[in-house]
Design a protein around this ligand. Sequence first.
Ligand code: DX5
Ligand code: ZN
Length: 209
Amino acid sequence: MRKVSATFLSSKNIPRDLTKLNETDVDYIHVDVMDGKFVENKTLQFNELKYIYKYTSKRLDVHLMVENPSKYIPLYAELNTEYITFHVEVLEDIVKDLELIKSYSIKCGLAINPETKVSDLVPYLPYLDLILVMGVHPGMGGQEFIPETVDKVKEVRELIKSYNSKALISVDGGVNDKVKDLLLDVDILTSGSYIVLSDNFQEKITSLR
Ligand code: DX5
Ligand code: ZN
């Protein structure tokens, strides 16, 4: 069955919504981390976010939208983390950062922005556990899904097959019950506002599977 990862970026009350998400069957909590440089916005700093365990025991799917993943990886590796994903567009040594994540026995992923070519992932395929295909331009929740993402996911699936990669595909941004039917070949659907701004989290999560 398809997995669902819920992000609280659009949440109006993070402790309340994390507690509510903890009562659902959502597979992961997607933690969006923004440094105000790679993307304009900034999110909760680590010294606040590290208390997330008080509100949820769900495994974390950390999405680093930061210029220097090497700075953030050791911090988020301390938490109940299943995946750490950063962007293929960063200027740091990507292989070094992927190996750093794996050194904590945490699964590693690369995210690609809408304007980035899928072929940019090729050098890293042997390392990847996850490819996060952005359905919106990173930086905020509640945006419209970019339709070209559907073809991009097909390209990523072809790449995984031809390079015999073990990476799973996740789509992040603008995902809802309409969009999910365009993404049947996706392993994990990451969704924010569609879930946390609704009045029934479980119903919305179930509608994505
Ligand atoms: C955007 C984030 C996404 C976003 C998804 O920069 O990486 O995870 O929060 O939120 P929705 O589902 O509301 O587009
Ligand atoms: Zn995200």
